[in-house]
Design a protein around this ligand. Structure first.
Ligand code: GRF
Length: 189
């Protein structure tokens, strides 16, 4: 049985984390969630994680962030970023080579890079006149939003969409997409 360590962000609602955890709990993924790591105990995702009975570790950024993350993730087969907005310390990538995944709420390689998240990202997609957006699951490297693309799903950008409308449509796609990509990666391990 595999085990997945999930890193959420301080403002993360944790919906992707919940989708992964539920898929593990109902047998849709051949894994358990080893722990949910949050940069702050105030993250909304922590509440959701504890409601699901998951182990939560708060690892605050700062000195020795990389080694502290590695310690908290010990025993995980796979590491999944879900709303984690920082560049992942190299120590984690060295311990889990090719085994760190992320979901990005746009069709990479376009609309990626530092600062491309949340409303600003969806605003950029709308402003550029795209007819389609979607989400991308990719392997994580030391560069923001680069790394092998594993799975993409698309949805339309509709006339009159506000960034929040598009964000909601994309988020709705993300959960099943992330689970499908994780299943594929686990089956290949
Ligand atoms: C998602 O849109 C994800 O693609 C991005 O951050 C958001 C996190 O949402 N990386 P949630 O915390 O999983 O609900």
């Amino acid at each position: 049985m595999h085990s997945i360590g999930i890193l959420i962000g301080g403002k993360s609602e944790g919906s992707n984390m919940q989708a992964i955890a539920r898929a593990c709990q109902c047998g849709d993924l051949p894994a358990t969630v080893s722990c949910v790591i949050s940069p702050s105990s105030e993250a909304p995702g922590c509440l959701a994680a504890s409601a699901l009975g998951l182990k939560i570790r708060v690892v605050e950024p700062g000195e020795n962030y990389g080694p502290r993350l590695v310690e908290a993730l010990k025993g995980s087969t796979l590491v999944c970023l879900a709303g984690f907005l920082r560049l992942l310390p190299a120590d984690v990538l060295a311990h889990w080579p090719n085994r760190v995944l992320n979901i990005h709420p746009a069709l990479l390689p376009r609309f990626g890079g530092q600062g491309m998240y949340g409303q600003r990202l969806h605003e950029a997609v709308i402003t550029s006149g795209e007819k389609e957006s979607g989400c991308t699951v990719h392997r994580v490297t030391e560069v923001y939003d680069e790394g092998e693309i594993l799975l993409q799903k698309r949805c339309p950008v509709l006339t009159g969409d506000r960034p929040e409308d598009l964000a909601a449509r994309v988020l709705n796609l993300e959960h099943a997409t992330y689970v499908e990509a994780i299943r594929k990666v686990l089956n290949e391990l």
